[in-house]
Design a binder for this molecule. Sequence first.
Ligand code: FPP
Length: 263
Amino acid sequence: MMIQAFKKWLIGYKDEKQTDESRQRIEKLQKGRLPRHVAIIMDGNGRWAQKRGLPRVAGHRQGMITIRHITRAADDLGIEALTLYSFSTENWKRPEDEVNYLMSLPEEFLRTDLDELVERNIQVRMLGRGEDLPKHTLEAINKFREATKNNTGLILSFAMNYGARSEIVRASKQIIEDVESGKLDKDSLDESLFGKYLYTVDLPEPDLLIRTSGEVRISNFMLWQLAYSELWFTDVQWPDFTRERFYQAIEDFQYRSRRYGAV
Ligand code: FPP
């Protein structure tokens, strides 16, 4: 216990306590229908930093801390899956320093947060083309996966080197291979089976998509899976996004009615 506390102090780990207010809010939300899966486009790190005269990477660092808080918030509420758009296939076009920094964050997150994720019974996954990531980044992700693979609580997925169109093309190629090798009968292919070839395999489709920082776009994120999701946008930049705002998104979700095209 002492060692854990010392380690947390050493890495500058700030434990924000759950307030009575958020506990009450959780209880209220739990009485309504909770989204099973929440997906988030974490936008605005760069602008958050620039506004403060800081390098863009400072925004990503702060964004990582928001990930910690929102993961706790989702877990405390009892959501099944949380998926975070962490690096898109288009993000390689950013300056090399920024890409290198983003690629170092999984290792840092592993150092600072693995213990708590394990304690909380959270399972960590990755969605995306892992094979193109630097070796050290992939190793950190694999350590997360290995250490949490038997956990049965919240499924926390990082979309890293992820692009939805490339995910669909990849799935299509695999389906063609399986049909050609006789593993799959073409006539048995339907929407549900197609979904099994995507990175999200067995995850429920997101009920709610959140995007921060004022942009109102999907940006090649989970195009197949978001077909019926409720979309929720906020002007708040990701580093400033809080547990309370996350709960606000869930509360708004509960007020919306979802009809899947029916009346
Ligand atoms: C978008 O903000 C954010 C990203 C491209 C990266 C998000 C990554 C994290 C928050 C950390 C990932 C951490 C782990 C552990 C994988 P932006 O830079 O596009 O902001 P801007 O639109 O204001 O420029």
